[in-house]
Design a protein around this ligand. Structure first.
Ligand code: ADP
Length: 659
């Protein structure tokens, strides 16, 4: 039976009952008492219809009651019957009113029920845990999300008030304290704690709980909830961590930048200090504008800058005029004869050197080919046409700047002149020494022939004094004197040949003889130094070509050096002068049993003025080397494995005279 059908049935029954009551009431004289039955009609109508229908039904019932009274009593009305009719009408009205109010009550109840389930539905459909707690903070209601989030049954939790169990132990203290304070002061709770989830993990959740006056109970209750803010908290923590790291690295960076800046400033100060007060000459030029021109040239596919500039002089002039001297120091101005730096800067850049454009072209090439450093010789054009030969270096700095420095070679050239003078003087001194040594040897050599001549002369004189001398004997004596005199003349001639200064005579030399002559020459010195000089030479060694005076000077020098080297040596002091014939030359080796040459000296040995002796002048070996070179050989030095130095050179053979 459907609801509608039931309602129709009830309404029809009510209608029928009303009709029956009216019929009985109007035909039978029951004094309206029967009309009380209309109440049953109203009850039926109220069970089936709305409030309005009940009101209508009540009106109809009242009309029917009055109508039935009129039918029965109007011809003979009585107060009693009218009162009964009235009380019946009132009973109907009161009943209708009661039914109506019950109906309204039911409707309200229904509304209440539906709105309650609506609230419940709403509370359970939001993705937050929601609760209501009493003024003491004890939770009395939890929505279904609680179970979804924590995995715990909400009713069990509520029963035991065990909702705090899901809070992370580390957050418990702060939670209890915050909630207690908020409840006591009736203030809001706003706090983030970690809450254990259904899967056992903890997630950060925001607790929001605030007091509110309940319209139902009239008491202050608390309404609150939990929302998942885990991702936000983690992201924030990561962000903070990142920020900390960034700050730290920023700090480090700043520190580095500061340090670097200080260092740079120090370098800059040092650089400019060096620049301004240095005795070294410096010029700083700005090539940046010229480099832009070079870039254009390069972009045209030019690979040979020099040829290009030669072919395009106007372009070259343009590049040169783009170069600017930005800074020069006092030392450079002084070197070039200017009073001040400003006087120098005023003159055009390309005119600072005799071959200024060439120097600048080389500097342009540095950029063009990516070279950082060049050097070379040039002549600076100073004030009033002053010429300053210099050794110049140019270095590329950042930002198109070039730093050049010039070393004045005027002094160096003077030194070179002095060196040459010293060498000539030394050669002369050496010859004088040789003369000295020769004098001794001449005295020695001449002593014997002169003594023999003297004796011969005395014998002749004695024979003459005795009278009638034998002509034959006298002739023999005079012949011997003449021969001895010839020998003396030869000795003198040879000596003269040897010592005449400046006469370099290349001739065939009997080197074996020269060697032994030298030993004779130095005999006294060698004895004093306790040095043994051994000459190793085959008898048939071929003649060589050279200047005998110079070659002897070489021998004397090498032997003297070896003697000096062994002077403080307790054990054997031996010099060996070995002469050996080779295919086209004779090889000479002068070795000693001294300490040899330290490795660090070996390179410098032949440099002028290199000496390790307190009284040395360091020219001997240089002169030897040039003498040997002049004769077509090469003087070199090595250390012997057995210790001691070995100086050696080859001398070319003297070609046989064509027959
Ligand atoms: P000086 O004799 O005036 O020093 P030299 O040019 O002749 O000039 O020699 C240069 C240096 O070479 C000497 O001072 C010495 O140190 C070194 N030297 C030359 N010969 C020898 C040698 N035989 N053994 C060791 N050192 C030598």
């Amino acid at each position: 039976m459907t609801e509608r059908f039931r309602r129709h049935l009830l309404l029809i029954s009510a209608g029928l009952l009303a009709a029956l009551v009216f019929w009985i009431d109007s035909i039978a004289e029951y004094n309206s008492a029967i009309s009380i039955l209309y109440l049953a009609v109203l009850v039926l109508v109220s069970a089936a219809g709305s409030g309005n229908v009940v009101v209508r039904a009540a009106q109809v019932c009242v009309v029917l009651t009055i109508l039935a009274w009129a039918v029965v009593h109007l011809h003979q009305p009585s107060v009693a019957s009218a009162l009964r009719c009235l009380s019946a009408c009132m009973a109907i009205s009161v009943t209708a009113a009661l039914l109506l109010s019950r109906k309204r009550l039911e409707a309200t109840k229904q509304d209440l029920g539906s709105s309650r389930s609506e609230v419940e539905l709403f509370a359970n459909s939001v993705p937050f845990v929601l609760w209501r707690s009493n003024p003491r903070g004890e939770i009395e209601y939890l929505n279904e999300s609680w179970t979804t989030v924590t995995g715990l049954d909400r009713w069990t939790v509520l029963e035991g008030q065990r909702y705090n169990e899901v809070v992370h132990p580390d957050d418990m203290a702060v939670l209890v304290e915050t909630v207690t304070t908020a409840v006591a002061n009736r203030t809001m709770t706003d706090l983030k704690v970690r809450v254990r989830q259904a899967d056992g993990s903890y997630r950060w959740m925001q607790i929001y709980d605030r007091p509110a006056l309940s319209p139902l109970t009239g008491q202050v209750e608390r309404y609150g909830g939990l929302s998942d803010v885990h991702d936000e908290v983690v992201a924030k923590e990561e962000l903070q961590q990142l920020r900390k790291e960034l700050e730290a690295s920023n700090e480090r960076l700043e520190q580095r930048v500061n340090e670097r800046t200080t260092e740079l400033m120090r370098t800059e100060r040092r650089y400019s200090g060096l620049f301004d007060v240095s005795n070294m000459t410096f010029a700083e030029m700005d090539f940046s504008a010229a480099e832009a021109i070079l870039d254009q040239i390069k972009s045209r596919g030019v690979t040979d800058l020099r040829s290009y500039m030669t072919a395009h002089p106007e372009e070259f002039a343009r590049a040169l005029s783009a170069i600017q001297t930005t800074r020069v120091n006092d030392a450079l101005a002084r070197m070039m004869g200017y009073e001040s730096v400003s006087e120098l800067v005023a003159s055009p850049t390309a005119q600072f050197a005799e071959d200024g454009p060439e120097v600048l072209l080389r500097q342009l090439e540095m950029y063009f080919y990516g070279v950082d450093h060049i050097d070379g010789r040039t002549v600076l054009a100073g004030k009033d046409g002053r010429r300053i030969p210099v050794y110049s270096t140019a270095t590329r700095l950042p930002d198109g700047l070039h730093l050049s420095s010039y070393v004045n070679l005027s002094d160096q050239e003077r030194i070179e002149e002095m060196r040459q003078a010293a060498q000539a003087e030394l050669a002369r001194a050496n010859r004088v020494a040789t003369v000295g040594a020769f004098s001794a040897s001449i005295a020695h050599e001449l002593n014997q022939p002169i003594t023999s001549m003297l004796m011969d002369a005395q014998t002749g004189l004695r024979l003459v004094a005795r009278g009638s001398p034998e002509i034959e004997t006298l002739t023999r004596i005079l012949q011997r004197v003449a021969k001895t005199a010839q020998r003396v003349a030869a000795i003198v001639q040879r000596t003269r040949d040897n010592i005449v200064a400046g006469r370099r005579a290349v001739k065939a030399i009997d080197i074996r003889r020269l060697a032994s002559d030298t030993r004779d020459l130095l005999d006294q010195d060698l004895k004093r130094a306790d040095v043994e000089l051994e000459i190793l030479c085959e008898e048939a060694v071929p003649m060589i070509k050279g200047d005998p005076v110079e070659l002897q000077q070489v021998f004397v020098n090498l032997v003297n050096n070896a003697t000096d080297a062994m002077r403080d040596q307790p054990d054997t002091r031996r010099i060996t002068l070995a002469i050996a014939a080779e295919e086209v030359a004779v090889r000479v080796r002068v070795t000693d049993t001294g300490p040899g040459i330290p490795d660090e000296h070996i390179e410098k040995l032949f440099e002028p003025f290199f000496t390790t002796k307190a009284t040395g002048i360091g020219m001997g070996l240089q002169i030897c080397r040039s003498a040997v070179e002049a004769m077509g050989g090469q003087l070199t030095v090595t250390n012997l494995a057995s210790g001691g130095a070995c100086f050696s050179f080859d001398l070319p053979l003297a070609l046989k005279e064509p027959a």
